[in-house]
Design a protein around this ligand. Structure first.
Ligand code: GAF
Length: 476
């Protein structure tokens, strides 16, 4: 599904408008992100206050009314973006991560049905949708089980690739899935807060409602017990295979499975989730502040796939000292030292980051529950140093943000969050110092880089869920 030139031009104009009017564009593709940077340096991609859910719902509703006037929307599915507290670049080697969902999210509203078509030779789907980022454009796709991913990824590929994953659930080769929906989102684009996972997971949750009992019927019985896990796997597959992005499972897993008030320790090999609450017994429970460097991050291109490959090379070297090491998840920092003579310097540094980061992540979970904020902060600082020195996924602006935060009184720890090469930082700070910190970061960051850094305070929010079409309240 390559984009025609006229459409690409239109998308560039829309991307530019997103920047000008400060609208975060949660559902734009890496191609659109690149188009955007052709026009100008991204300035402000996130606002300091998170727009209320009602704004997204109203947008989705009025779009549905104007574009699909003959139909009635019956389903509202929501999926959030995420912040990772610690455990970075460990998911694609089966390690541990400790993210949480945030209030920035994507809403999918619409209707759908499953029909039997006697002439069908294979399972098929018709998908019609409109996004608030390109409200004039009704996107329309016909897919079947034999559809192939496009060579060039457009933002629509995240949607179509996700729907494709659900085709095997249709009862027979005569079955046809029909979907009509609108998308409204506010996860800031390219800021490392998982706008793409939020889009995929919200679409997935929507499709599951249309499929009803048939959802996940093609997987196995276990899927009924843990739909969140299978949803995450399917969304990751959509991103890996359809969008050519070799991401791990973290973003889709937390967007799919997070519980309000909890961080989620995810074992990315077994895909088991362990809810982790910050100890709230004492008055001194700190808060989490996110700061956006406004440097664009893009995991489909660039260095991310290089890191994935480097981890494989390091694993091969580690196998020479221990053949039982299947991935970096199986190795300890001591193993890495032992195998150092079989590795080049780059492989050594990558393996050192991943193995120490896994240990830091497990420890951070314990300390969060215990309420040892100083130790959590130290682990965050160590994690950032490791990402900067050994994994080399930070950048100058992010280092400046982290430096400003780490020096501020009341801050326990600060680090880059997400894929890196730009994006956001997460800072653990005393509650009564959070506002001062945000003011100080904005001022200092501007002085040191000339850039603006939108900041917001956040708390762990809930993962994918459905809202009632009547009163927009969540179904339990
Ligand atoms: C991106 C990827 F999508 C995740 O899978 C993860 O690897 C993260 O970068 C780094 O921890 O968000």
């Amino acid at each position: 599904m390559p984009l025609p030139a006229s459409k690409t031009f239109l998308l560039q104009i829309l991307s530019l408008l997103c920047v000008i009017f400060l609208l975060p564009a949660s559902s734009l593709s890496p191609i659109q992100k690149r188009s955007l940077s052709l026009f100008c340096q991204p300035s402000i991609l996130a606002s300091s206050t998170i727009p209320p859910m009602d704004v997204k719902i109203d947008t989705a509703k009025s779009l549905f009314g104007s574009k699909f006037s003959g139909q009635t929307a019956t389903i509202i599915a929501v999926a959030p973006g995420r912040v990772n507290l610690i455990g970075e670049h460990t998911d694609y080697t089966g390690g541990f991560v400790l993210p949480f969902a945030i209030d920035y999210s994507t809403v999918v509203m619409g209707t759908g049905s499953v029909e039997e078509k006697p002439d069908n030779q294979e399972r098929t789907a018709s998908i019609r949708f409109v996004s608030d980022k390109s409200p004039e454009e009704v996107e329309s796709f016909e897919i079947s089980e034999s559809s192939k991913p496009p060579t060039e990824t457009a933002w629509t590929t995240y949607v179509v690739g996700t729907v494709f994953q659900y085709l095997p659930d249709l009862k027979s080769s005569q079955s046809h899935l029909d979907l009509t929906f609108t998308i409204a989102g506010d996860v800031p684009l390219g800021s490392g807060l998982s706008s793409s996972a939020s889009l995929e997971v919200s679409v997935a949750r929507f499709v599951e409602v249309v499929l009803g009992d048939a959802a996940f019927s093609s997987v196995d019985n276990d899927s009924i017990k843990s739909p969140a896990k299978w949803r995450a796997l399917r969304c990751q597959k959509a991103e890996n295979e359809w969008c050519h992005s070799p991401c791990g499972i973290m973003d889709q897993a937390v967007s799919s499975a997070a519980k309000a008030g909890s961080l989620l320790l995810i074992d990315c090999r077994s895909l088991t989730f362990n809810e982790t609450k910050m100890n709230e017994q004492s008055d001194d429970t700190p808060v989490l502040v996110i700061a956006n460097s406004n440097v664009q991050h893009d995991i489909a291109g660039g260095e991310y796939p290089v890191r994935v490959a480097q981890c494989k090379t390091a694993t091969e070297a580690l196998r020479q000292v221990n053949p039982n090491i299947e991935s970096l998840r199986d190795a300890t920092p001591d193993d890495v030292e032992t195998a150092r003579e079989y590795m080049d310097e780059t492989s050594y540094k990558r393996a050192k980051h991943v193995t120490t980061e896994n240990e830091r992540t497990l420890q951070a979970k314990e300390e969060l529950e215990r309420g040892d904020w100083n130790r959590v902060g130290e682990l965050m600082n160590e994690s950032h140093a490791s990402m900067r020195e050994d994994y080399e996924v930070s950048c100058e602006e992010v280092d400046v943000l982290v430096d400003i935060a780490q020096q501020f009184p009341g801050v326990y720890g600060s680090r880059l969050t997400g894929g890196g090469f730009g994006g956001c930082t997460v800072t653990l700070v005393a509650k009564d110092k959070a506002q001062d910190l945000m003011d100080h970061m904005q001022q200092e960051y501007k002085a040191r880089t000339g850039k603006h850094c939108p900041c917001f305070e956040t708390k762990p929010s809930r993962g994918a869920h459905l809202l009632s079409i009547k009163d927009h309240k969540p179904f339990v």
